[in-house]
Design a protein. Structure first.
Length: 95
């Protein structure tokens, strides 16, 4: 679970300027790019709160679009809250 959360955080930081990335040329490459850079939803509990994080990437002929979906107790939250929760989970494990 911690690895999945770390991957979502890293991907969100990498894809921050995705709108300006050049999309792959053919449809097969675009679908492969989407699959490689998208991450399924991860759910965890920390500090009495329930969190979820998911990251989707989609490509069109003209651009790359990235969207992170983050929730805390079922309400939308930010990547910063997810990052802070991840840091607390690492501290709890003694890393």
């Amino acid at each position: 679970m911690l690895t999945q959360i770390a991957n979502i955080i890293a991907e969100a930081e990498t894809m921050r300027g995705a709108y300006f990335f050049q999309s792959p040329r053919n449809a097969g490459a675009r679908r492969s790019y989407e699959k490689y850079h998208s991450h399924d939803e991860v759910a965890w509990s920390e500090g009495g709160h329930d969190y979820t994080a998911k990251f989707d990437v989609s490509c069109t002929c003209s651009g790359v679009y990235a969207k992170g979906t983050y929730t805390r107790d079922g309400k939308a939250t930010t990547l910063t809250a997810i990052r802070n929760s991840y840091k607390r989970l690492l501290q709890a494990e003694g890393r």
